[in-house]
Every structure is written in structure tokens, then in C-alpha cells.
Design a protein around this ligand. Sequence first.
Ligand code: PLP
Length: 191
Amino acid sequence: MNSPCQRLLLTHSKQLIELFGSESPRYVPEVRIAEQGGTESVNWTIKGVAELKQGKHIVTSAVEHVVVLECCKYLEKHHGYQVTYVGVDEHGRVSVEDVKKAIKEDTILVTIMHANNETGTINDIKAIAAEARSRGVLMHTDASQSVGKVPINVKDLGVDFLTVAGHKCLHPIPSTLHRCTISSVVGTPYS
Ligand SMILES: Cc1ncc(COP(=O)(O)O)c(C=O)c1O
């Protein structure tokens, strides 16, 4: 960690970890993958889970960012996945009950955004994640629009994967934070 660039990245990494949970001992994600942005983070997560988990069903919402919708469509079209797109209420919010009903025996992933990029609506990710995890299903939330604007604590939310768009919160490295170790992809221009 000798170059100014490496020191800057280290400082930013520490700040990012603090941002996600400041209790002691600090919550440190088990794996953090640095990518080019939210788009790549979402792609790695959804397609990575599809690659590694048995089962052909994903639950998402109809109002996700286009990158999530496109990943789901890709898996439907090319890999025989079935995707349930739950609707939203009059405030644009996903209902925990709807997610609960949508989860099936072969569901591998629930991916619901934290804050919507058009309406600003914030979903109850903690409750949705609790439901998913109680059924043995991995949980991803796209928090590209949330980090740096509203408090986010990965541990409190209980998600397996959280997408950060670093360039939206002045962090040099956009990333996916993983609570579980199903991926070992780490090679980046920064490492
Ligand atoms: C909710 C959400 N997810 C994903 C993305 C994609 O992020 P990026 O532009 O870093 O690829 C955006 C971009 O605005 C977004 O608002």
C-alpha cells in the first residue's frame, strides 16, 4: 500500500465498511467484488447465483432498474428460468406478502431494489430478506440509489448481496457486498 492511489483506495474501502455497519465488532463483508458499476455488480450477482445454485426460479419486481430486468429476461430466454415479477402498491412499494407468495420450491434468488431510481420509494428489504432467508433463498438488493443518501446497514438488512454504485456516492470502486461465500471472483484492475 505504498502508492497514493493504493492508499486512497484503502481509505475509501475503510469508509465503505464503516458506512455499512458501525457496531463493534464491525461487520465486514465476507467477500467484496469490485466492478465497473451497478450494472456489472447486478450482472455478477444474478447470473452468478444462477450459475451456482440448483433451481430455475427467481423473484423480482416489475419496477426494478432495467439492468435487473434484462438479467432476468436473459435467464428466461436463454437458460429456461422462470421469473416472477411482483407488482407494487400505489406508492411503488413491493409487498412482503407478495414476495412470500411468489417464492417456490425451486426459487434460488429474490432480488428487490432498496430505493427506486425513478420514484425514490424505499422497500422494506429487511422484512423481504427475512422471508427469503427463512425459505432458504438467497437475497440481493440493488442499493445503487441508496448508499450515501439513507442509512444502510448490510447486517441489519440481512441480505446476501448488496449492490453499491460507487460513483454515485463518491467511492472510486462500485461493488457488490456479499455475506456468503458462493463467489470467489476477485480479480479487478484494482487488486
Ligand atoms: C437502481 C439502479 N440500479 C443500477 C443502476 C446501474 O448502475 P451503473 O450506472 O453504475 O451501472 C442504476 C443507475 O442509475 C440504478 O439507478
